[in-house]
Structure formats: structure tokens, C-alpha cells
Ligand binder design. Structure first.
Ligand SMILES: [Mg+2]
Length: 116
């Protein structure tokens, strides 16, 4: 591993570990990188995060389920062969320029197309 990716605090190090996980179980050759399957797995993890809220589980469990989802999201970038780091910064640039609105007592940052 190149020196700049040895820190656990970098996206590159995290992505390299997720790639190792995929390689360890040969996800690319065993259906683990199928997009439909990955969407289902991400929905499953989102459901586990939801149950942390609805069943009053603590933030330690929420952190673990959120990590599960993050690992799947990063693995989806591997499966889809796209640069998630680049996509993240491109999207954040867009989001930072958007207006926010209060809708039913909650803030929403969106393009608000087709409504006022
Ligand atoms: Mg989980």
C-alpha cells in the first residue's frame, strides 16, 4: 500500500480495505457486485438503522449499522467502477450553493423543482 494510503483517516485507505474485503470473498466473481443485489443490501442496512431509532437502540449500534451502510456504499463505487470521492466533492459543491426551505417544521435543501 502506498504511504499516502496508510492512514486510517483517508478515503483511499478505507476504499483499499473495502477492495480487500471484496477480493477476499471474490465478490466480483460471485454476484457480490451485482447492482440489484447491492441495492437490496443497502436497503437492508438502512432498515437496521431505522430500527435503531424505532426500537430505541443506542448510538453505538447506530454507528455500527451506519458503518455497514458506508462499507456497502463504498463497495458499490467499486462494483460500478465510479469515483465516489470525485462524485462526493462535485455533489457537495452543488449542495452548498442550494437554498434551504422549512417544510412541515423541518429543513430541506433541494432544487425544489415543480413547486414553490
Ligand atoms: Mg447491519
Amino acid at each position: 500500500m502506498p504511504e499516502e494510503t496508510t492512514s486510517r483517516d483517508t478515503y483511499a485507505a478505507m476504499l483499499a480495505m473495502v477492495q480487500s474485503f471484496h477480493d477476499k470473498h471474490d465478490f466480483s466473481g460471485t454476484g457480490g457486485e451485482d447492482m440489484v443485489y447491492r441495492i437490496a443490501l443497502m436497503a437492508e442496512e438502512l432498515g437496521e438503522m431505522s430500527s435503531c431509532v424505532t426500537k430505541g437502540k443506542g448510538m453505538e449500534e447506530m454507528a455500527e449499522e451506519t458503518a455497514d451502510l458506508l462499507i456497502l456504499v463504498m463497495g458499490t463505487a467499486i462494483a460500478g467502477d465510479f469515483d465516489l470521492l470525485e462524485a462526493f466533492w462535485k455533489k457537495m459543491d452543488k449542495l452548498m450553493k442550494r437554498e434551504a426551505k422549512m417544510i412541515d417544521g423541518r429543513i430541506r435543501v433541494s432544487e425544489f423543482r415543480g413547486r414553490e
